[in-house]
Write a protein that binds this ligand. Structure first.
Ligand SMILES: *Cc1c(COP(=O)(O)O)cnc(C)c1O
Length: 355
């Protein structure tokens, strides 16, 4: 199958702004393809960015069959463009699709679609330090059908937009709020899939956290309400006094982050041993209070590494490293982003250069 490419005339294209935020500016084009059970995937195209027309009974609007991904294209110093681990990204896209009974996409073809889109929208890959082109692949069920069941038609699309450095005022720690009541995902549920439903489930506590002055939510396991799982759209890591980095083991209700996996591979090469474990929230907070844990950081595509300076649980506030970013998070951030932007050697073959 080939991608039908239909681009805007150069004079009608937009210009990548200098001031960048997250998620409200989009490039000139998008990729789409359609699926139905009889013909499989068809009509693959890169076209000018456009709205969708949806039947009001489209199953995604009622039963939520939708999955998404997030990855970035980074501008190298030589003007070329790097994708970071797109193979892992599309692999997870298909695992999410499996869980929601949606059709798989061809992994090579999906990466080719990203390449075609990014090449068409090359001028949208910013070159400011710390900026990148955020790429959002997604799929939703489009069948007009109110009867409950897996849909028979789907739309797979990829959009992109330039994003600025995550930290506008430097590498500043975020604060996290731990709910005593609400849970994001349960083992056996859909927590391992990257699907909108998990986010819908998290918004309520997100609002509560924001009202109380915290920027992120740290989730506990849903069965015992005791084990640390992850933070919103990031996995979480704890640094112990001896330099060991510990992150919650994938339990079945944690999203398996590609940044998390990259940290687990990269950190030992920098002299930080890593461990995946079950982490009890009470023990973790005691260890933060006693100084046994010296740093806490989140990891995800959006920020790469995001230091955590404050945690709130059961009405108490716990400060990590004086609410300042620490050396381990700093080092990992520098090393990881150096690989992404092509200034450090790609020891693990994570980079997919496209220009
Ligand atoms: C996407 C996501 C992450 C981070 O995954 P990366 O592949 O590192 O970007 C972590 N948790 C949740 C719930 C996510 O949706």
């Amino acid at each position: 199958m080939s991608i039908n490419v239909d681009l805007l005339p150069p004079d009608n294209r937009g210009v990548c702004p200098q001031e960048l935020s997250f998620g409200n500016t989009f490039s000139d084009h998008m990729f789409t393809q359609q699926y139905d059970v009889d013909t499989g995937w068809h009509h693959a195209a890169v076209q000018p960015f456009h709205d969708f027309t949806l039947h009001p009974a489209a199953s995604v609007l009622h039963y939520g069959q939708a999955v998404f991904e997030g990855l970035k294209a980074y501008r190298r110093a030589d003007g070329g463009i790097n994708l970071f681990r797109p193979d892992q990204n599309v692999r997870r896209f298909n695992l999410s699709a499996d869980r929601l009974v949606m059709p798989r996409v061809d992994e090579q073809f999906h990466i080719e679609a990203i390449e075609t889109l990014v090449q068409a929208d090359q001028t949208w890959v910013p070159d400011q330090s710390g900026a990148s082109l955020y790429i959002r692949p997604a799929m939703f069920a489009s069948t007009p059908q109110l009867g409950l069941g897996a849909a028979s038609s789907y739309v797979h699309f990829i959009i992109a937009g330039p994003v600025g450095p995550y930290f506008k005022e430097g590498f500043n720690p975020v604060s996290v709020y731990v709910s005593e009541v609400c849970r994001r995902a349960v083992i056996g549920g859909i927590g391992e899939a990257k699907t909108g439903g998990n986010y819908a489930a998290s918004l309520f506590v997100g609002e509560e956290a924001a009202r109380k002055g915290y920027t992120q939510v740290l989730w506990l396991d849903a069965i015992e309400g005791r084990f640390v799982e992850e933070v919103g759209a990031m996995n979480i890591c704890f640094v112990y006094k001896d330099g060991t980095i510990v992150t919650p083991a994938l339990s079945g209700s944690i999203l398996a982050g590609i940044t998390r996996d990259s940290v687990l591979q990269l950190a030992p090469t920098l002299g930080y041993p890593v461990k995946e474990d079950r982490l009890d929230i009470d023990t973790v907070l005691e260890e933060i209070a006693s100084g046994e844990i010296t740093e806490v950081f989140g990891c995800g595509t959006a920020a790469a590494i995001s230091p955590v300076g404050r945690l709130a649980y059961k009405g108490r506030d716990y400060t990590v490293n004086d609410n300042k970013s620490g050396p381990v998070a700093q080092r990992l951030f520098e090393e990881l982003t150096a690989i992404q932007y092509g200034t450090a050697e790609d020891l693990f073959s994570w980079i997919h250069a496209i220009a």
